[in-house]
Design a protein around this ligand. Structure first.
Ligand SMILES: [Zn+2]
Length: 283
């Protein structure tokens, strides 16, 4: 899984924040959050990536079919004790009946190099600054033909960098994936887990970060809802557990566990709520 944030992304954000005066930093962070959670941006990036790799995907499909055909031919001959690997025979004494097999090998070799060149060109257009990643991709594909059959996945995966998992799930995921991502993000916003072992002044930054992200998350969910997706209502996603045992009288709004005591905190440090309480969030 590609990380939504990498070291380079955080370094860029930190440098941007350091270059502006302190009163303007909140606006910079909000603008960054809007881009991070933008479903529209995720859709556009995915659409561009899919369009540029469509031809390569067709070529990879033909390559896979060719490799499959060649493997079946070689395996068929391998199980014939009289003519082991006779499909290809010997290039010194070429039998006319074996010409199609050699043509298939030549076609596969040509398709492999065409796919490698196409992947190099697409990678250069999508990620012009990622020269090291491009060199690694091409080198491994040249050595391992099987690697070239998964070019589309390798080329599209980095598109998720710099975008929130919620935005990616809402833009391209199944309804269930979108629901899981929306619930996980809402829990992070509404019931953040504070890091242990840190001073309260630092641990409480989690609350400030959650409040800064809240409008962007709200916009992302609204964008998905207006597109016709259902089941992304915050009140439903944050609802108490429906399968709590009869003896339970409280639940943790973060992890959904139920408890028999009414007061207290769950092992994650989140204060318990009465089980009959319906979650009323401010979204
Ligand atoms: Zn909990």
């Amino acid at each position: 899984m590609t990380a939504a944030l990498n070291a380079a992304g955080l370094r860029n954000l930190t440098a941007r924040l350091a270059s502006v005066a302190e009163p303007q930093r909140a606006a910079v962070i909000i603008a960054w959050q809007n881009r991070f959670f933008s479903v529209l941006r995720a859709r556009r990036r995915l659409a561009v990536g899919l369009a540029r790799t469509r031809g390569l995907a067709w070529l990879n499909t033909l390559q896979f079919a060719g490799w499959l055909l060649l493997s079946i031919g070689l395996l068929n001959d391998a199980f014939d004790p009289g003519q082991p690997f006779s499909a290809l025979g010997s290039w010194r004494r070429l039998d006319p009946a074996q010409i199609p097999w050699w043509a298939l090998c030549a076609g596969l070799l040509s398709a492999h190099f065409i796919a490698v060149v196409a992947a190099w060109r697409i990678h250069r257009r999508l990620y012009p600054k990622s020269t090291d990643e491009r060199a690694n991709l091409i080198f491994s594909a040249l050595l391992l033909p099987a690697q070239a059959l998964r070019f589309r996945m390798v080329l599209l995966r980095p598109l998720a960098q710099g975008m929130a998992p919620l935005a990616c799930a809402l833009a391209a995921g199944t309804p269930e994936t979108a629901r899981v991502a929306a619930a996980a993000t809402l829990l992070d916003i509404c019931h953040p887990i504070r890091p242990v072992g840190l001073p309260a002044s630092i641990a409480n930054l989690v609350d400030e970060a959650a409040e800064l992200a809240r409008p962007a998350v709200e916009r992302a969910l609204c964008a998905a809802t207006t597109d016709g997706r259902t089941g992304l209502r915050p009140a439903e996603l944050l609802a108490p557990p429906a399968d709590a045992p009869p003896s339970a009288c409280a639940y943790c709004p973060r992890c959904g566990d139920s408890f028999v005591q009414r007061e207290g905190k769950c092992p994650h440090g989140v204060r318990l709520r009465p089980l009959h309480e319906i979650a009323q969030e401010s979204f």
